[in-house]
Write a protein that binds this ligand. Structure first.
Ligand code: FPP
Length: 227
């Protein structure tokens, strides 16, 4: 959800106004997901490195997250959305933790979309915790590690013209298709998401293998070479 601060600055507004507009954009995108066949959406709301921001911005973001959860929960339930907040909770203010728990409990039966919101999230920390849990439970294998992490990511969209992963879902993005959009997050909507989905479906995902057409060419050449 990059570009909130620049979007606000461009209109002479404080950064927090950009985050508020970002929350509205999040609602639009969440609503668009089921119509586009998206079953899981993960939003990067606050990274563990975002604690380095000025304290006023951090508290405004925490307040916004809490009020967002409180005001959106009924709509999420109505739209069949299940909310799961990923990341550390031990450094969050207690009333935000309670708001998260309330929203997760209220939306637990949602089946149309799994909405994962990353708060105080660091992929490297998650991988370390997953590795420790896997090792405790009998062995550090890819499968055991994956059990303690999230679902594989098919498509990662980063807005605001940034071209980095910034410690987001590093393990889960091993074979993600990446789309970097110049659009500032508060302007992002279902139309942008639909365009990203078209680009995603037009890509050939090989997962390290050879596509069937190239395999046929390779086999033909190998057969001629062997003749
Ligand atoms: C990145 O833009 C955005 C954030 C760090 C905060 C995103 C949080 C919200 C929109 C709050 C609402 C939460 C949900 C779950 C909808 P930036 O501040 O880095 O902008 P910049 O790149 O222009 O500086």
């Amino acid at each position: 959800m990059d570009g909130n601060g620049r979007w606000a600055a461009a209109s002479g507004l404080p950064r927090v106004a950009g985050h508020r507009a970002g929350a509205t954009a999040a609602r639009r995108v969440i609503e668009a997901c089921p119509k586009l066949g998206i079953g899981i959406l993960t939003l990067y709301a606050f990274s563990s490195d975002n604690w380095r921001r000025p304290p006023e911005e951090v508290s405004a973001l925490m307040e916004l997250l809490g009020s967002y959860l409180d005001s959106e929960t009924a709509g999420l339930v109505e739209n069949g959305v299940r909310l799961e907040v990923i990341g550390r909770r031990d450094r969050l203010v207690p009333h935000l933790v309670r708001a998260i728990e309330r929203a997760e409990a209220a939306t637990a039966r949602g089946q149309r979309l799994l909405l994962r919101v990353a708060v105080d999230y660091s992929a490297r920390d998650q991988i370390l915790r997953a590795a420790a849990a896997a090792a405790r439970n009998g062995g550090l294998t890819r499968e055991a590690l994956a059990l303690h992490l999230g679902p594989e990511v098919d498509l990662l969209i980063r807005t605001g013209g940034e071209r980095r992963l910034s410690d987001f879902l590093l393990w889960e993005c091993a074979y993600a298709e990446l789309i970097f959009s110049p659009c500032m997050w508060p302007d992002f909507d279902g139309v942008h998401l639909a365009a990203a989905m078209r680009e995603f479906h037009a890509r050939e995902r090989r997962f390290g293998a050879v596509p069937p057409a190239a395999r046929a060419r390779t086999n033909g050449a190998a057969a001629r070479w062997l003749d």
